[in-house]
Design a protein around this ligand. Structure first.
Ligand SMILES: Nc1nc2c(ncn2[C@@H]2O[C@H](COP(=O)(O)OP(=O)(O)OP(=O)(O)O)[C@@H](O)[C@H]2O)c(=O)[nH]1
Ligand SMILES: [Mg+2]
Length: 306
């Protein structure tokens, strides 16, 4: 457990050093006054928490400070952490009772979809599940190769199509093959696309619909992969994906290279989605179930004393 917390803390170094570390310095022996909340508000916005989420947070913090009769800034730390925690859902592994359980991932170009799928495949295989990868990214020439490398590394089967073939057809074939071979989990990788490209957004709707044709109720999970280095912008993109397909979770990619981890606090508020997993590095084992307490503690914890 201690190692896992260290991993969280190390991965969140950038977010901690650029923004939340400054918030931590607000808490000390000084008296709470209006300036305290002005400063806190400014720093939360700088930390990419988002304006609306920050303003709501500050309102609640002021109200609760009054109710509780707090006077010292030191007393605000626990209150803030508690309020930040309320902004996050508790993450859970998917329910694998459907066989196969079909999981589709979506997101803008380069957000981390294929890498996250590779890591998930390893995770589920380690849990004793049989896994099939489906490469519904037929758009980019190297996409199938990239997924195949992951399939080989993890040791799971894969179904892909020719470049420019119909991603819906690959999805259909993949799910049917999974049913035929009694596979537990199907992971569908989709092509990166800009949320503003109409045709491509129509295409992902089609992949989603075709999954349901191949297996009624599929995909059981559709997750948006969010590049956390993009900060608040990523949320507008995710919102557009949510209008195209019925998203029910988010994967945070690249938390380890992001200084904008504060955006995570706006995901439930703005998108209504739980964060399921967090990418804490590029390696196969660098994907963890999103642990909100470790996340919050890591962005505030000081560096010294490993
Ligand atoms: N440090 C770090 N890098 C990551 C993480 N997830 C993905 N990456 C890197 O981000 C880059 C893009 O990742 P991909 O998985 O190819 O992204 P994608 O969304 O599949 O990209 P397209 O298919 O082109 O849309 C790669 O260099 C990955 O190694 C992460 O959690 N941490
Ligand atoms: Mg990809």
């Amino acid at each position: 457990m201690a190692n896992l917390f260290k991993k969280w803390r190390d991965s969140l170094q950038k977010t901690r050093e650029t923004t939340f570390g400054k918030i931590a310095t607000l808490f000390g022996a000084s008296e709470i006054d209006d300036e305290t909340f002005d400063n806190l508000e400014e720093l939360l916005i700088q930390a990419d928490v988002g304006v609306k989420t920050t303003l709501d947070l500050i309102d609640t913090a002021i109200e609760r400070t009054d109710d509780l009769g707090l006077t010292k800034t030191l007393q605000l730390e626990a209150l803030l952490k508690e309020e930040l925690s309320n902004l996050l859902f508790e993450a859970e592994e998917p329910d694998f009772s459907q066989k196969p359980t079909v999981i589709m991932v979506a997101g803008v170009n380069g957000s981390g979809k294929t890498t996250s799928i590779g890591k998930l495949a390893a995770r589920y295989k380690n849990m004793g599940k049989s896994v099939l990868l489906v490469g519904a990214d037929t758009y980019r020439a190297a996409a199938a190769d990239q997924l195949e490398i992951w399939a080989e590394r993890v040791g799971v089967p894969i179904i892909t199509g020719q470049q420019n073939s119909d991603p819906g057809a690959v999805t259909f074939d993949g799910i049917r093959a999974a049913i035929a071979h009694d596979i537990d989990v199907v992971l569908i990788d989709t092509a990166g696309r800009l949320h503003t490209r109409y045709n491509l957004m129509e295409e992902i709707k089609k992949v989603y619909r075709v999954a349901d044709k191949a297996l009624p109720g599929a995909p059981h999970y559709s997750w948006i992969v969010i590049d956390t280095t993009t900060g608040q912008n990523a949320l507008n993109q995710a919102e557009a994906f949510g209008k195209a397909v019925n998203l029910n979770g988010a994967i945070l990619a690249k938390l380890d290279t992001s200084a904008k981890g504060g955006m995570v606090f706006a995901i439930k508020d703005q998108l209504g989605l739980p964060v399921i997993y967090a990418g804490l590095g590029e390696k196969i084992e660098d994907l963890e179930l999103f642990d909100k307490q470790s996340f919050i503690d890591s962005i505030f914890t000081k560096n010294e004393g490993n």
